[in-house]
Design a protein around this ligand. Structure first.
Ligand SMILES: *Cc1c(COP(=O)(O)O)cnc(C)c1O
Length: 391
């Protein structure tokens, strides 16, 4: 009998990070723009851009900072309306508000992906940008979104915070929109405690974001290929100072090589538990879209035919068996339930999204879990379901 698995702890940081960290600690060289060249943050940007085959990467303090800078870099007029999915993390509408824009929430269906009919209905001439949050790594239909937005000349930002390693028809998620943003917060695939990065092929967007991230005076000269674009924006933009520091980059760089293994193991773990849950009458697992190759480190599944009381009982029964599951809409103050975003000026109801959040369960499933641990989790959930629905 194994004890309930810990689904919160991260993997150890690769030992190869220690040498770089030691050298930073002994030199005290923590600021990204002090060294004349090859600062760990600059090396991370070059490596990340190469990994995704894009021209520019800018490492910053968080994915939220990357989303904010992306919106600012698009130079949207104050008060611009930005479409976002109604199922996302509170940091996403917050980034829109922070950029002096107004979030317009789009319904999310039982697939946990953007409802395309609602997206099309809300994509009017008044929408200045689209921010697609691939929430929990569930990819919205990027071909449809790019074509609808492209027809109207509306830029698309991808919030790929939780989608590192996900493919869409063979392309990397985060490279399909004009800008892609990723997170290095501890609960994501690459863990630096905190951190984020944005990627783009557009030199003007990259240059504006570089300057606003805090490349003051001529620090932007340490960003290759942006000289002319940065010179144009010098002293014309506010400095928000959202830089990444060298220690974070030293922790992230050796993890880049681990991404393929974490993606493969995470997908295997997810699919193993998902198949077991899907076989029970009281659960269903949203399917990947055709063309989507997922990179999950968590599992979302829907309760089938549960009343609210039964859903609460299910969470309790699972917890009693050592497995913590949250129904997004039932856990108090959940930051992913749009009705808790009381900081928004306009808060329309979104009945589809609300309905799915009242039965969508969230379970962390990090790549490092063993087969025995996965079986423990699946058995606990199946027993919890049975004890509520067929005692
Ligand atoms: C984690 C997350 C964010 C925020 O990332 P931070 O690096 O913590 O700011 C944004 N969007 C989604 C979908 C996330 O999962």
């Amino acid at each position: 009998m194994i004890s309930p698995p810990n689904t919160y702890d991260a993997e150890p940081i690769p030992a190869s990070a220690r040498k770089a960290i030691e050298s930073l600690l002994s030199s005290g060289d923590l600021f990204r723009y002090t060294a004349p060249e090859n600062a760990p943050v600059s090396l991370l940007e070059a490596e990340f851009a190469a990994l995704f085959g894009v021209r520019y990467a800018l490492a910053v303090s968080s994915c939220s900072a990357a989303l904010f800078l992306s919106l600012k870099a698009l130079d949207l007029p104050r008060g611009s309306r930005v479409l976002i999915p109604a199922f996302t993390f509170a940091a996403v509408p917050s980034a829109v508000v922070h950029a002096d824009c107004t979030p317009v929430l789009v319904e999310v269906g039982d697939s946990l992906r953007i409802d395309l009919a609602d997206f099309e209905a809300k994509l009017d001439d008044d929408i200045a940008a689209v921010l697609i949050s691939h929430m929990r790594g569930h990819t919205s239909h990027m071909d449809a979104i790019m074509s609808l937005a492209g027809d109207r000349g509306i830029p698309v930002i991808e919030d790929a915070a939780h989608s590192l390693g996900t493919k869409w028809n063979g392309r990397d998620i985060g490279t399909i929109g004009k800008i892609g943003c990723f997170s290095f917060q501890s609960y994501k695939l690459v863990n630096a405690g905190e951190g984020g990065i944005m990627i783009t092929d557009d030199p003007d967007i990259a240059a504006r974001a570089v300057i606003m991230s805090g490349a003051y005076e001529h620090a932007w000269k340490k960003h290759p290929g942006l000289g002319a674009a940065c010179e144009k924006w010098q002293n014309k933009l506010p400095l928000y100072n959202m830089r990444m520091q060298n220690l974070s980059a030293a922790v992230i760089r050796p993890q880049l090589a681990e991404i393929p293994r974490r993606v493969a193991d995470g997908r295997r773990n997810h699919d193993h538990v998902a198949a077991k849950l899907d076989a029970a009458p009281w659960f269903s697992v949203p399917r990947a879209l055709p063309g989507e190759l997922r990179a999950p480190d968590s599992l979302q599944f829907l309760l089938e035919g549960f009343s609210e009381d039964e859903a609460r009982a299910f969470m309790q029964e699972a917890a009693a068996r050592g497995v913590k599951v949250q129904v997004f809409g039932l856990s108090r103050d959940n930051a992913r339930a749009f009705w808790n975003w009381q900081f928004l000026a306009e808060r329309p109801d979104l009945p589809k999204t609300r309905a799915v959040l009242m039965r969508a369960c969230d379970l962390r499933l990090p790549a490092r879990l063993t087969g025995a641990e996965l079986d423990f989790i699946a058995a606990a959930l199946l027993e919890a379901g049975q004890s509520v629905k067929a005692p």
